[in-house]
Design a protein around this ligand. Structure first.
Ligand code: NAP
Length: 311
């Protein structure tokens, strides 16, 4: 099969299209012919941290068709269309085929395309778990910083689904997308700052942006909650080390460590199937241009998700 193999020692491009052995499913695994995969920060962050999959193939989100099943597989049959997050079972999505534990997958709703399905697992589930961790309640005022990316575009729509008043913080390029997603207010961080508005929010999702923890604290209503989802490594470290000290009052600061969850994935796919959530796809690349797709995401200004379509 063709796959994107990572070579740390390469003097040139580290992610290149190569021939690789088609995997054989073990007894609890399914072999999936991958139709679409999407790129996540987890791909380039794992590369940077030296966390390299055994197969040397990155790619967590996959949507495809089951081509073979191991002898103990109970829930799937050849021909089933599935979607899953492989980040906890060795990655491997940037390839024509991947073998992984059947428990990593859910059935893809028929009306949801492969590329839409492939956009959901990491970003959608992270957005959902961040809102749940922040105990989102109808009627709350929710601020979403970093609303324009993969996680953010799902978070805005899910927060609206929870019947909250959503303020999205993004760049000029993402303002029209936020309006399309029905954010109630949009703050373009190129021209204004949420820190200067004097507004207070019940829940803040810190997905991206160069804000200080004290900025979030100032913008929180009493008893409000900040959920730190992402940002630079130094921001994440600061929130872990200093967050508890700074947020000693009634406001809360929490760090999210999203977990793969087929149950949460299933919920979001159902919302997509019913038209409540629409995955926002920024760019599509063929498999042989995966390195370009990863570089694009790494620049940090995607408008939604970046998909790799695999023939
Ligand atoms: N905690 C967890 O378990 C978990 C799980 C998944 C991801 N993450 C983290 O979540 C973060 C976002 O992931 P992602 O997949 O959404 O990334 P992404 O698709 O690359 O999107 C990043 C977004 O951040 C926005 N942004 C950049 N600078 C900003 C600023 N100053 N203010 C507001 N927005 C800004 C960009 O939009 P603009 O062009 O509008 O600036 C871009 O759309 C990453 O740090 C990732 O590592 C954490």
């Amino acid at each position: 099969m063709k796959a994107i193999i990572y070579d740390k020692k390469s003097a040139g491009e580290q992610l290149t299209l190569q021939d690789a052995d088609k995997p054989m499913p073990s007894e609890n695994q399914v072999l999936v012919k991958v139709h679409a995969t999407s790129v996540n920060a987890a791909d380039y962050r794992s590369m940077k941290m030296g966390l390299i999959p055994k197969s040397k193939i990155f790619g967590a989100d996959v949507a495809g068709t089951i081509e073979a099943v191991g002898k103990n597989v109970k829930n799937y049959f050849v021909g089933d269309k599935v979607v899953g997050d492989l980040s906890a079972v060795g990655f491997g999505g940037f390839a024509q085929y991947v073998a992984a534990d059947e428990r990593a997958f859910v059935l893809k709703p028929q009306s949801v395309s492969f590329e839409m399905a492939a956009s959901v697992p990491m970003a959608g589930v992270t957005a959902y778990q961040a809102l749940i961790k922040g105990n989102i309640q109808p009627g709350q005022k929710v601020l979403i910083c970093g609303a324009g990316g993969g996680v953010g575009t799902f978070a805005v729509q899910l927060a609206k689904h929870f019947q909250t008043e959503v303020t999205a913080v993004c760049s000029t390029n993402n303002v029209s997308i936020m309006k399309q997603l029905k954010a109630d207010h949009v703050i373009n961080y190129h021209t204004e700052s949420f820190t200067e508005k004097g507004e207070q929010y019940d829940l803040i999702l810190a997905i991206n942006g160069n804000y200080l923890l004290s900025d979030y604290k100032k913008a929180l209503s009493p008893q409000g909650t900040v959920v730190i989802v992402g940002g630079s490594l130094s921001q994440l470290l600061k929130s872990m080390l200093l967050g508890k000290l700074l947020f000693l009052g009634s406001e809360k600061l929490m760090n999210l460590s999203a977990k793969t969850s087929t149950s949460d994935l299933h919920k979001i796919l159902k919302l997509i199937e019913s038209g409540v959530v629409i995955p926002i796809i920024d760019r599509r690349y063929p498999l042989d241009q995966t390195a370009e797709a990863v570089k694009y995401i790494q620049k940090g200004h995607a408008h939604g998700k970046v998909i790799i379509n695999i023939e």
